[in-house]
Design a protein around this ligand. Structure first.
Ligand SMILES: Nc1ncnc2c1ncn2[C@@H]1O[C@H](COP(=O)(O)OP(=O)(O)OP(=O)(O)O)[C@@H](O)[C@H]1O
Length: 237
């Protein structure tokens, strides 16, 4: 493997003495796509929040582009675009105004707002208020904001939630395009078809632990699909 661009070492999170995430480690080379897969409450969002630098790990380290979160949080976060699994939009703002606000915070040229809205198919509704958008359209606004600053690492929490089949396919195409352009991507999902179609490697999480990992191709050599692989890793029928 090339020199990894992302390194996660022994990441754990405890909240009120409860173990939420235990000893997660992985590394990613530039231009690779990792899917974190698991059911509700498996710990996916918690891992992604720690990797995004918005939640402090109890133990372990995250390193992106050789920058340790512990050493330089600001510079670390500048390497990353993060799409959370939920977001409360400001009622009054249009899609374009919402994106322009984020663009100004990140010192991104306004021209990029139109580019990313076009990438997620929202340029025709850019003058409409985001609060009038469907769940899937709001997801696409959040994807667009994560891509604004052309981050080295794109982290997306449940990006296909609320997307219809057309936009799920478009999303997969978009990820492949971003990968070709050199982005490294980590996304979470409980939709294993999305992982199968979009990711290079997967980690299966259960109760905050890694219960299986490998390349999608290596799983598909051994199993009919990722569902069968996931069930086997969890010891299910
Ligand atoms: N701030 C918190 N305080 C207490 N428990 C928490 C907190 N955040 C997460 N948890 C618990 O940690 C576990 C993992 O949560 P997390 O949101 O990371 O899972 P997830 O895999 O993203 O789930 P989902 O697919 O339902 O979004 C859950 O049992 C959740 O209730």
């Amino acid at each position: 493997m090339d020199e990894p661009i992302v390194r996660v070492e022994g990441l754990s999170k405890q909240i009120k003495q409860q173990s939420i995430v235990s000893d997660i480690s992985f590394s990613l080379s530039k231009g690779s796509i990792l899917a974190l897969c698991g059911g509700n409450g498996a710990g996916k969002s918690t891992v992604l929040r720690m990797l995004a630098g918005i939640m402090q790990p109890t133990t372990g380290e995250t390193i992106v582009n050789n920058i340790r979160w512990k050493h330089n949080r600001r510079l670390y976060c500048q390497q990353i675009g993060y799409m959370p699994d939920d977001y409360a939009f400001n009622h009054g703002l249009t899609a374009e105004e919402t994106m322009s606000f984020w663009a100004s915070l990140r010192k991104v040229h306004k021209k990029r707002v139109g580019e990313v809205l076009a990438m997620v198919g929202l340029e025709n509704v850019r003058k409409k208020r985001v609060t009038t958008f469907s769940k899937g359209m709001r997801q696409r606004v959040m994807m667009a904001q994560a891509m604004l600053a052309k981050p080295l690492l794109l982290i997306m929490d449940e990006p296909t939630n609320g997307l219809d089949p057309f936009w799920t396919r478009e999303f997969i195409k978009l990820l492949k395009q971003l990968k070709q352009d050199g982005s490294t991507i980590v996304f979470s999902t409980h939709q294993l078809e999305a992982a199968e179609n979009a990711a290079d490697t997967v980690i299966f999480l259960n109760h905050g632990r890694n219960v299986g990992e490998g390349s999608v191709d290596s799983f598909l050599d051994r199993y009919e699909n990722l569902y069968a692989a996931f069930n086997d890793c969890l010891g299910l029928e």
